[in-house]
Design a protein around this ligand. Sequence first.
Ligand code: CO
Length: 286
Amino acid sequence: MKTATVHNERSVERLVVGQATRDGAGVKLTRVLTQDLQHRLDPFLMLDAFGTDSPEDYIAGFPDHPHRGFETVTYMIAGRMRHRDSAGHEGLLTNGGVQWMTAGRGVIHSEMPEQEDGRMEGFQLWLNLGANDKMRPAWYRDIPSAEIPDLRLPGATVRVIAGESHGVQGAMRRDRTEPLYLDLHLDPDARFEQPLPATHNAFVYVYRGALRIGERRVDVQRMAVLANTPGSDGVVLQALDAPARALLIAGAPLREPIAQYGPFVMNTREQLMQAVADYQQGRLAA
Ligand code: CO
């Protein structure tokens, strides 16, 4: 096992508390990465966390809705969600699995719970596409839990969903945005180091326990935006006296204009108006 060492670690620039909201047909969720952070965390556009034992919080699901211009990455911790789209694709997302969808020029899909009771928990991340890729054909991949590589280190198990960590290649790779998506499971007091280019935007979302990053304590349900400290070479996360779980997400910024209207994310207002017109005229996912 190759052991990377971080010599100059990033600090926490700010801590963010998510906003409680409802989306789809009334699914209760926490929007962790909100629209005002899209430039700061470029290429990431949104992160929603959902976690509940109450069916009334999730049962309505996300009936047919469109997307254009970016990718959605849905990571299911617990529960079952069925996906169907306008291209005739269908998949079932279950415990520990990921669905990676490139909306590209357009997709209309539904994401509906396939359970009437029990726990539903997971995350949906929106990853932007570069201007040249926004109108590429739609694509998706269901990645069952068993196909997500695990990195095992003393006191830490790391699920490598995208990118690379300590020599373990993740289930997905993207050239332009170079996303790193890690789900970290740390034992009490365990320490984990991840090299990161200083120019990549990065954040950590803690969903069990608490972590220390540099001088800052990051409690459960908090997102830590990591500073792009010049000369830094990574991040060091330290669990406190209880087991901790967190997402570490990083990527190369696109540095292009971001224009969003609901489920459409383009570069200009004209492109958004075109997306709305295409959707209304049934040409979005043609
Ligand atoms: Co969707």
